[in-house]
Design a protein around this ligand. Sequence first.
Ligand SMILES: *[C@@H]1O[C@H](CO)[C@@H](O)[C@H](O)[C@H]1NC(C)=O
Ligand SMILES: *[C@@H]1O[C@H](CO)[C@@H](O)[C@H](O)[C@H]1NC(C)=O
Length: 324
Amino acid sequence: MRIGFYTFAILLLFVTFVVAMGSEEILDQRPVIGILAGPTMKPYIPKGSCGLPASYVKWTEASGARVVPVPYNLAKNELLFILHRVNGVLLPGGPGKPQIKPDTDYMATVRYILDFALESNRVGRPFALHATCLGFEALSVIISDDNNVLFETDAANMTSRLIDVNMAKSKMLSDPWLQEKYTQHDIAPNYHHYGVRPHVFETGPWKDYMLVATEKDLSGNTFVAVFEHKSFPIFATQFHPEKPAFEWGPVYSATSHQMIAVEAGQRLANNLVSYSRTSLNRFESPELLRQLLIYNYNPLFTYLDTYHFEQTYFFNNSNWIAKL
Ligand SMILES: *[C@@H]1O[C@H](CO)[C@@H](O)[C@H](O)[C@H]1NC(C)=O
Ligand SMILES: *[C@@H]1O[C@H](CO)[C@@H](O)[C@H](O)[C@H]1NC(C)=O
């Protein structure tokens, strides 16, 4: 009896030690984030079929991750190849209204990435996902399985503050500094025509997700500003945490560039990259990773063009496929 107890206690201590050491060791201190490159707007199609504003790349890199672009029109086996190797994915903003049934290539890819993230986390392989603006709207339509989840908002050029709903329970916004800054200061930049009403969280398809914060548009409509998965590192912001530090164009002139706006945005990138460090995914060789990194491409200065972003990367998925 006695010996059994001590043996058990020592074993428990040993197991605790191994688990603690293990979790320290498996943190990936060289995380890689895939960023979805969406369809290019018409005047830019000759430059590449996919585009990616550089602000999302810089936002991610500044938190200590490297970036692999993920063209929205990759074949599924190529997409899966990337998803098995990156530590997480960022779904950036962009033009358009996400619609399902039939899915466009863009929506099919977002759906595939969400399903991958859910399944990976379900089987104990952490996989981080952050969606912003168009990415947020696409996730919302897919989660609801309903195009009508989106309503027209009056928030195409607006910076405002968040209204706390469940920040204390949130993984992303549990930091009291972030809560104070985002609820007391107008530092959340919004550039969207569509939004999601908070009541969706009372419906079945959203049972695994938590409403974290809302905002009001210029006509007083309340829309969802932040949601996240209740158990997994899956986060979505309707507003743009990357813009305060990296976008200066006239179309984005409502953006606050105050230090607190910049820092709040950085902390949201830290959240994505911190969770991505818990992923077990790895590239099998530095050479393979090197071939896929964003550093293989040069962004264009698109500030005064119809693209509006300070700098934009362009890709053709055909360039990509040859590399795999
Ligand atoms: C994409 O393809 C077009 C047409 O072949 C070409 O002009 C353009 O330079 C390519 N873009 C990139 C980024 O390679
Ligand atoms: C956007 O909002 C800013 C500040 O509120 C304003 O100066 C600017 O003219 C607006 N831009 C557009 C395109 O509406």
